[in-house]
Design a protein around this ligand. Structure first.
Ligand SMILES: Nc1ncnc2c1ncn2[C@@H]1O[C@H](COP(=O)(O)OP(=O)(O)OP(=O)(O)O)[C@@H](O)[C@H]1O
Ligand SMILES: [Mg+2]
Ligand SMILES: [Mg+2]
Length: 618
């Protein structure tokens, strides 16, 4: 293999150009308009990329929700029915074993071994230190602040923090890893022997009953790789902003037995890491990725034999992908074994919407990686005082929070879980902000007799009505402290009027849209109701009665049903017919001035006292 000169390697890494054929790739096409690279600081520098040729953040990223919808549409179009995952958790005669490795980006301001800033959507290659691209002569500079979220993560996973841990080099050559090795902690991780309890409400497979506990073998710190964006014509664009970001790799014991439980595990880890502020972005935003290791063995071998050979499916980026990929790989391995073949240890890939995993390469073993202690890095010593302080200052963990949402506010556990998962944990914070402002407006103090109605109203709106807005606009602009395009104070204002029946639900929904579209300035909800005269002024009894008279016109058949009930010929009161007539009244009258309950009450009374006597007399 030809040698690369350091100058040539750095040219490739920084401008994507290679002047002759080498061990990386053939010459890459030049991207027009790319300005030359210019260092701006001694350690942190910025490669200038012409904005006309670079992609705006996320421009090629199709939101996951849309990908899933497209996938469902495509499946529908083929006319094939997919077996529901809930009915596909076990295969008679076989036992499934799954172990998971989760890579999560830590919530820090700097990279693991350089002072370059961490960033999510900044211009590509704008936060890169010399060390991050393995510039010859550069050295790692461990950033001790990365330990804070790392230790918090490990504590949330009930791990034992190790007083001394060490970094190793794990060698492999790929364009996303400029130095040719990743610095990781494999043999001496900073945390070991954790466990996570999963309950039925976490969405585990029903076969796992009320709950299971999954052991965590270890948690290690390591570097992230560069981000690759595929372009047409086998071109790959590299963004070195991501290279060297601090990650934790969380490795479970091979103790998961069902695909849904594996997905629930990843979901719970995401929630736990969010709740202790160890990570700020979840799977949807690419801040958390999972590799699943899958093996199967015949049930008669369970008592005596070892586990089956594992294959590993890398880089899954949604909970659904975790479950689907495990099911597909389990079925593939069973088919191979039933046909008399052997499962090979491999690394496999999965694309969203597919039904099969695909082979990427043979599984690397420890030998292939040529692990060696990193000679440039000393051991990491974590003092008991740091661990004690972080343990005592952690936020509320998800199980306690679900208990609070269910117990105090009356949410169903499903809604509580959804609220906590949305927007990487920021939606539930938004709910608390709305609730606080709402309680203030309603003058409610939290006393022993807590009336949950307003809390439930707030939760429903934060989940469902706000969710309807996101069906059209992909993003509410939710910030980690729980504020978004619909300020919590404005939603609280709308809900306070709705709770007191001062406006109708229809008006409340229209107001929400107006706030969302920016048609109402912040704090201006009540003035808008005043100005547009949207206050609920209910119709008088007389007006309801007139509407009732109007809608029963020509409904002789329906009236006949009421008469049959009155005469004892029908067992049940024709409530459906009554509501049909109420619906007609709501459509015929001014909706903002009507309450369906009042319409129903007046109509029912009139049927008894006026329409039926008239019918009997005729
Ligand atoms: N027979 C098996 N079936 C299923 N899972 C297994 C089996 N044996 C081991 N595992 C799981 O595979 C995972 C191995 O992860 P680990 O990081 O230790 O090694 P690796 O996959 O070789 O490393 P990497 O992928 O980071 O290069 C663990 O989660 C473990 O529980
Ligand atoms: Mg691993
Ligand atoms: Mg692995």
């Amino acid at each position: 293999m030809k040698r690369f000169s350091p100058a040539e390697l750095s040219r490739y890494l920084l401008t994507g150009q290679l002047s002759r054929r080498g061990c990386l790739h053939a010459r890459l096409p030049r991207i027009p308009g790319r300005a030359p690279f210019r260092p701006t600081q001694a350690r942190t520098f910025s490669a200038q990329v012409d904005t006309a040729t670079s992609l705006p953040p996320n421009s090629t990223v199709v939101p996951l929700r849309k990908q899933l919808k497209d996938q469902a549409k495509a499946l529908k179009a083929t006319g094939k029915k997919k077996k529901k995952n809930a009915d596909n958790q076990t295969v008679p005669g076989w036992e499934l074993t799954v172990g998971i490795e989760i890579h999560a980006q830590l919530n820090t301001a700097r990279k693991l071994f350089s002072p370059a800033a961490t960033s999510f959507n900044d211009r590509p290659n704008s936060h890169v230190a010399l060390f991050d691209v393995a510039m010859p002569g550069s050295q790692p500079l461990f950033q001790p602040e990365t330990l804070i979220p790392a230790v918090r993560a490990a504590l949330a996973l009930n791990c034992a923090i190790q007083p001394v841990s060490r970094f190793d080099r794990k060698h492999y050559f790929h364009w996303d890893q400029p130095s040719g090795y990743q610095i990781t902690q494999y043999y001496h991780p900073f945390a070991r022997d954790g466990r996570i309890a999963l309950h039925a409400r976490d969405g585990i497979a029903s076969e796992d009953g009320d709950g299971v506990e999954i052991g965590i073998k270890q948690v290690q710190m390591e570097q992230d790789t560069a981000k690759t964006t595929a372009q047409p014509g086998e071109v790959h664009w590299l963004d070195f902003n991501r290279v060297g970001l601090p990650l934790v790799e969380i490795i479970t014991l091979p103790q998961i037995r069902h695909p849904a439980t594996a997905a629930a595990f990843v979901r719970k880890v995401q929630m736990l890491l969010n709740s202790v502020d160890a990570c700020v972005s979840g799977m949807e935003a690419g801040g958390l990725r999972a590799d699943v290791n899958v093996s199967v063995r015949r049930t008669e071998d369970v008592a005596s034999g070892p586990l089956g050979t594992r294959t590993e499916i890398k880089n899954l980026s949604s909970f659904k992908a975790v479950e689907d990929a495990i099911i597909a790989e389990r079925d593939r391995q069973i088919a191979v074994l039933e046909a008399g073949g052997v499962v090979e240890g491999e690394t496999r890939g999965w694309s969203l919407g597919s039904t099969e995993t695909r082979r990427l390469r043979g599984k690397e073993g420890e030998v292939d990686y040529r692990y060696m202690p990193d000679p440039d890095l000393g051991p990491v010593v974590i003092g008991e005082d740091l661990v004690g302080h972080l343990a005592s200052s952690m936020g509320v963990l998800p199980d306690a929070e679900i208990d609070e949402l269910v117990g105090t506010y009356g949410l169903s556990s499903k809604d509580a879980l959804s609220l906590m998962l949305l927007d990487d944990g920021a939606r539930v914070q938004y709910f608390y902000n709305v609730l606080e402002a709402l309680e203030e407006r309603l003058g409610l103090a939290r006393e022993a007799e807590y009336d949950q109605r307003h809390a439930l109203l707030a939760a429903n709106w934060c989940l469902h009505e706000l969710g309807k807005l996101t069906d059209l606009a992909s993003d509410l602009g939710m910030t980690p402290d729980g504020e978004c395009q619909v300020p919590s104070a404005d939603l609280a204002a709308i809900l306070s009027h709705l709770h007191r029946s001062e406006i109708t639900a229809k008006v409340a929904k229209d107001l929400l849209w107006s706030v969302f579209r920016g048609e109402i300035t912040a704090g201006g909800v009540t003035q808008t109701i005043d100005a547009a005269n949207l206050w609920f002024k209910e119709l008088s009894e007389q007006e309801y009665a007139e509407l009732a008279d109007q809608v029963v016109e020509g409904e002789d058949k329906v009236m006949g049903e009421f008469l049959r009930f009155k005469r004892g010929k029908a067992k049940a009161y024709p409530q459906g017919k009554l509501m049909f007539l109420v619906g007609k009244m709501m459509r015929a009258g001014p909706e903002q001035q009507m309450d369906p309950a009042s319409a129903e009450r007046v109509l029912r009374a009139r049927i008894e006292s006026v329409y039926l006597p008239a019918l009997e007399a005729s």
